[in-house]
Design a protein around this ligand. Structure first.
Ligand SMILES: *Cc1c(COP(=O)(O)O)cnc(C)c1O
Ligand SMILES: [Zn+2]
Length: 462
């Protein structure tokens, strides 16, 4: 027996276009190869016609989303494509390239909340995804559009991106699943071993370049600008449309209650833009009636948005990003900064920074409560902790931290932390393995000592 899928208004014609973020006249269809405004050369964004979306009531949409969520009816079981009408209505279902992304769990961080004085703390585990990061949410939309355009006869021989590691892993996997060649530009020695091997395994043409992310970005822009290779970086705003479903999914998982504060790490600033855009769109169509506060978290070593925030967002100056353990956000010249600032201005929002020590300790402290955090999630957690200590968060606030990648992609970071081999970092929560001879008495002695320190109030009886 199959449960019938609920459908929106059958007459509605959903419509979305690219439009210049500075309001230059002229719309561009989503299946056109275009990344910049032809007039002012600034970014484009995807704009949806809200009228057809409003032909279905918010309550009906909620039912529709629930009837699709995490089921197998192609492609609507995906957390992204279950919201297809709000994301990218132009792709035909048979051209969707999906790994059933989205639908990631919300972890109730009860123990961590106890430690930090928060009663309602949650972690949205976006790293529990096909390639281990939230980048899958946007990549499914971009690669599906490429498949659609190839289907329509457009000549797109390959898709390329510059990456701090996770975008390339995602692009490589989705392209492999669709049979489309992928090219990835990685800054040499600046991505983790796990991130480097992902595109290699998926058969992408993998270029390791002696520069940083901003340098790779420059080259890929030139390559894709002068050849018919499609650009997969987040200046391609199709990705933001997919990532936007993060906010939809959060609200859906909370039975359409809006959290009080969402904390998210930011590098190129596509994801914080998407998060905000999702909430704004939901409010416009009546799915929600208020907005959360947003806290964007940056590594102190790559903090141009934080600096701009201190100046009231009135000016923005790129920085030379310094190395950070949070390598995926080691970006000094974020592509989406204008969009991000525009979005953040519409929220009660803030930006906080985290030092290397703060991010590493926060990730490790949270790991002790059952999580397994990547360093970027560490940045978000550290920023939250600073805000709590500064009295900027109420203990009863519902707080959601966006975890952006799986900690298993950053094994060297974890191992070095627990071996106390991260330079300049105390490793306050280090838990190295105990080496002990194969003797009952010695093992027993070691266990007693270890349990005593952990469980001082309960005498160990073993
Ligand atoms: C890409 C990425 C980020 C930053 O997202 P932006 O959209 O570049 O701000 C944060 N964490 C991880 C793990 C990422 O891969
Ligand atoms: Zn323009």
């Amino acid at each position: 027996m199959t449960i019938p899928l609920k459908s929106p208004s059958p007459k509605a014609r959903y419509r979305a276009v690219f439009r210049c973020i500075n309001g230059c006249p002229g719309d561009h269809p989503l299946n056109e190869v275009i990344y910049q405004c032809p007039d002012c050369h600034d970014l484009l964004e995807v704009v949806h016609d809200l009228a057809p979306l409003r032909e279905t009531t918010p309550e009906e949409w909620k039912d529709i989303f629930d009837s699709r969520f995490m089921r197998t009816f192609w492609p609507f079981g995906s957390g992204v494509w279950g919201k297809k009408e709000f994301v990218c209505p132009d792709v035909q279902d048979e051209n969707v390239v999906s790994t059933c992304e989205g639908g990631t769990n919300l972890f109730w961080a009860e123990q961590l909340g106890h430690r930090w004085g928060l009663q309602d703390l949650w972690v949205k585990q976006c790293g529990n995804s096909h390639t281990g990061s939230f980048k899958d949410l946007g990549m499914t939309v971009l690669v599906s559009m490429v498949k659609q355009m190839r289907h329509e006869g457009k000549e797109i021989p390959a898709v390329a991106c510059a990456s701090t590691g996770d975008t390339s892993a995602s692009l490589a996997a989705y392209c492999a699943a669709a049979g489309i060649p992928a090219i990835v530009f990685l800054p040499r020695n600046k991505v983790s071993a796990e991130q480097l091997v992902q595109p290699i395994a998926n058969g992408a043409i993998t270029l390791s370049i002696d520069t940083d992310f901003d340098g790779c970005m420059q080259i890929v822009r030139e390559i894709t600008g002068r050849n018919n290779i499609y650009l997969a970086n987040s200046m391609n705003s199709l990705r933001v449309e997919g990532q936007k479903t993060l906010s939809f999914e959060l609200c859906q998982q909370f039975d359409w209650e809006v959290p009080d504060l969402v904390v998210i790490p930011g590098g190129n600033l596509g994801n914080v833009t998407a998060l905000g855009k999702g909430f704004l769109m939901m409010r416009e169509v009546g799915l929600i009636d208020r907005l959360p506060r947003i806290l964007c978290a940056q590594a102190e070593n790559a903090n141009p948005l934080y600096r701009s925030y201190l100046a009231g967002f009135d000016r923005f100056e790129p920085v030379q990003a310094k190395p950070t353990l949070a390598s995926a956000i080691q970006i000094g010249h974020p592509v989406s900064v204008k969009k991000a600032v525009r979005v953040l201005r519409q929220f009660d929002s803030g930006v906080e920074q985290a030092s290397e020590g703060e991010l590493a300790e926060a990730a490790a402290e949270a790991d002790l409560t059952g999580l397994y955090n990547c360093p970027h999630t560490g940045v978000a957690l550290a920023a939250l902790k600073k805000w709590v200590l500064a009295g900027k968060v109420n203990s009863s606030d519902r707080v959601v931290v966006i975890s952006t990648a799986h900690g298993l992609k950053f094994s060297s970071f974890k191992n070095r932390y627990h071996a106390r081999r991260l330079e300049g970092i105390e490793s306050r929560f280090a838990n190295p393995p105990i080496e002990v001879p194969a003797s009952y008495d010695r093992v027993r002695e070691v266990l007693f000592r270890a349990l005593e320190s952990r469980n001082a109030h309960i005498a160990a009886r073993i």
